[in-house]
Design a protein around this ligand. Structure first.
Ligand code: ASP
Ligand code: MG
Length: 442
């Protein structure tokens, strides 16, 4: 069994969706195809939610009507023949009825999540209908019947595994299943989601649950690159990454993968392949438990970082200070990315500012607090055990006149992270690119 996930652009037009059908059926082995919403749809659904939250009902209605027009065109081009077009019309009408009714209801977080779920429901139902119209007996596995997160927003892996296998057991002869990425139930059995970009995570959770032989993430780029191609001119594709390297890159900003995707696959030791729908025969990037002996593999950058420094007058030999500081972050469910400590203080970074004011207020009871916002974490990833000398020097030399706010080294043998003011991001990435990589064509 293989799990194939196709992103929003891969299903972004009826022609592209036809192409996905070809890719999903070109070999006979059993598959589960996970789809995102058609590109742009989730963004529009977010806007509808925002309009409703601000009680701009007319604006929400306008957005729903415009989106409906797009879907009417979409299914008419996707599906050929009167009968199957009727089926398409019924699907589109049903989901737009949900949306139109919702705009009349009082808005809350549950309503918002129901709105956000419509994109993946539409794409998968239309896709399955298309497959059937082509004589391919595909079965839709509704994510809302097996994908669930618990009260801590963590996937409920036992539930997922049990429910999914029970659903699949009902179709013992089926070779091709389709399911929705991103959407799930929460601990109250209400509609929820795995956060933006979460379809990759869905694919990995499904892959782990069914013990798939491989998880394929199909996008519109040729794989993971050594640096951000949108910012740096000369980048190259990486053939192989270890799970650890890929997890660090995804967490620290590589946009190609949702940050949590790697872990379920890693735990179940299932290789993940990043592939390109535009060049389906290209090798892509293979992520597995194989670790290349290469000190520096790639760089990723994560923006919107806030650095907080807490200076304790009592740190000198004081135990319990770090615990108190960490408890504040735990209380506000805000995770810390980088930490550095000294005898008198601690600097740390967060990327979620939702509770920043309350966090700062509490931290002030333990010492002097300084905040720097709008920073960027630059994360250099590779296989760099500390015995391998010279890696740090290489990095620091490359950016020797750029002010580094924090440097985190030794937390993992796969990562060295730097914190710089966002205005130095482009320069930092470019300079590192020129100085620390050996380009394959050289
Ligand atoms: N449709 C969702 C989003 O746009 C999930 C995904 O594409 O992975 O974020
Ligand atoms: Mg994505």
């Amino acid at each position: 069994m293989k799990v194939l996930k196709f992103g929003g652009t891969s299903v972004g037009s009826p022609e592209r969706m036809h192409r996905v059908a070809e890719l999903a059926t070109q070999s006979a082995e059993p598959k589960i195809v996970v789809l995102s919403a058609v590109s742009g749809t989730t963004n529009t659904l977010v806007q509808i939610g925002k309009a409703l939250q601000m009680q701009q009902i007319a604006e929400a209605d306008r957005l729903v009507t415009d989106l409906r027009k797009q879907y009417d065109k979409f299914y008419q081009k996707l599906l050929v023949g009167e009968e199957v077009q009727k089926e398409g019309e019924v699907i589109v009408a049903a989901h737009f009825e949900v949306l139109s009714n919702i705009t009349q209801e009082p808005f809350n977080a549950d309503v918002e999540k129901e709105i956000l779920a419509q994109g993946e429901l539409l794409s998968t139902k239309l896709f399955t209908t298309y497959l059937k119209s082509q004589g391919i007996p595909a079965v839709l596995l509704p994510a809302l019947e097996f994908m669930r997160i618990d009260a801590n927003q963590e996937p409920d892996e036992v539930f997922i595994q049990e429910r999914l296998s029970a659903l699949m057991d009902q179709h013992p002869d089926t070779q091709l299943f389709v399911s929705q990425g991103y959407i799930c139930l929460n601990s109250q059995n209400r509609i929820d989601n795995l956060q933006r970009g979460g379809s990759d995570y869905t694919a990995s959770l499904i892959g782990a649950a069914v013990r798939a032989e491989e998880i394929q993430i199909w996008t519109d780029i040729d794989g993971m690159h050594n640096n951000d191609p949108r910012i740096v001119k000369r980048t190259f594709r990486i053939d192989r990454l270890s799970f650890d390297e890929a997890a660090e890159l995804a967490y620290f900003g590589a946009k190609i993968l949702h940050p949590f995707t790697v872990r379920p696959a890693q735990r179940a030791n299932i290789p993940v392949r990043l592939l390109n729908t535009m060049q389906p025969d290209a090798p892509g990037t293979l992520i597995s438990d194989h670790q290349e002996d290469r000190p520096i593999t790639a760089i990723a950058a994560k923006d919107g970082i806030t650095a907080i420094k807490i200076k304790s007058s009592r740190m000198l030999l004081a135990y319990g200070f770090l615990r108190k500081v960490f408890e504040v972050f735990e209380k506000y469910k805000t995770s810390i990315d980088l930490i550095t400590t000294s005898e008198v203080g601690i600097s740390l970074t967060i990327d979620d500012q939702q509770y920043l004011t309350s966090i700062l207020q509490e931290l002030k009871t333990y010492g002097e607090v300084e905040v720097d916002s709008n920073h960027t974490i630059v994360c250099v990833v590779g296989n760099m055990p500390f015995q391998k000398v010279g890696v740090l020097k290489k990095i620091v030399d490359a950016i020797d006149d750029i002010p580094i706010r924090m440097l985190s080294y030794g937390g993992s043998r796969f990562n060295i992270s730097l914190l710089v003011d966002n205005r130095y991001k482009v320069e930092t990435l470019n300079r590192l690119n020129e100085h620390i990589f050996t380009f394959p064509d050289q």
